[in-house]
Design a binder for this molecule. Structure first.
Ligand code: 6PG
Length: 250
């Protein structure tokens, strides 16, 4: 767990770390697969990547971008996670459009059926999977953390927290909008590195519980981990309820 003094420094440091992670993945594998998230902290990270001159060291045409979850709204809706990422960063990068993989919108080929949209995204993921696998090799998967301990659109005590397919529709989300699509906990947990990013005092309770033994259905943030690394990236306010003993171990 890494604690920064405030939310601005957190965003800057995560942006720098993300640029280096993409460079390392490209050096190892020739390309990089990054899973993006939504929310305010993520948007601040995306803006900080844009402002960081080291971003030009990355060959952005060899980066695949995926999303951990999406608000099931029409394409271009300002509340969609992909719209926010495009505005904050992606529109300014020389990406290969074929490697940008947003979750389907509610006015897409399947219309307003989130189950079909989830199945379509699962098929797109499988097309990029090695061998007969279901998912690409995710080098790094970013997650914001909700005040209630949700990650992506996996909400506490919601049926989606038990889902075993890689992608799920979500109905009745406690956070608006009510209909979403999301990677599930088992899919998230295939990533090489999972980074949980949280800022502000409203997150302190969820972060403290996640790091001190909460269960994954009660608190989905407690149920995610990377196959190589799980990194909690926090500002001081979000880390305030993590006991010192747990900090040293993470
Ligand atoms: O679709 C969403 O609503 C987001 O993906 C959500 O999961 C977000 O990441 C967290 O709620 C943290 O958001 P903040 O950083 O804005 O608190």
């Amino acid at each position: 767990m890494i604690v920064h003094a405030d939310a601005r420094l957190l965003a800057e440091a995560v942006a720098a770390r993300l640029i280096v992670r993409v460079l390392d993945a490209q050096a190892e594998r020739g390309s990089a697969d990054v899973v993006l998230t939504g929310g305010r902290v993520a948007a601040a990270v995306y803006r900080a990547v844009l402002a960081n001159p080291a971003r030009d060291a990355v060959d952005w045409s060899r980066v695949d971008l995926w999303w951990g979850d999406e608000r099931f709204l029409p394409a271009g809706d300002p509340d969609r996670n992909d719209t926010q990422a495009r505005e904050a960063l992606l529109d300014a990068l020389p990406l290969d459009p074929a490697r940008v993989h947003p979750m389907p919108p509610s006015d897409g080929p399947d219309g307003a059926d989130p189950e079909l949209a989830a199945a379509r995204y699962a098929a797109e993921l499988a097309r990029s999977a090695p061998g007969s696998g279901e998912l690409p090799h995710f080098d790094v998967l970013l997650l914001g953390v909700g005040e209630d301990g949700h990650v992506a659109s996996v909400f506490p005590e919601h049926p989606v927290a038990y889902e075993t397919r890689p992608v799920s529709a979500v109905r009745g989300s406690p956070k608006p909008p009510p209909v979403r699509t999301t990677l599930t906990l088992p899919a998230i947990n295939t990533a090489d590195e999972v980074w949980l990013i949280a800022a502000g005092p409203d997150k302190a309770g969820a972060v403290g519980m996640a790091l001190t033994g909460a269960g994954p259905v009660q608190l989905p943030a407690a149920g995610v981990h990377g196959t190589s690394r799980t990194v909690w990236l926090l500002d001081r306010a979000a880390a305030a309820q993590v006991p010192l003993s747990s900090r040293a171990l993470r």
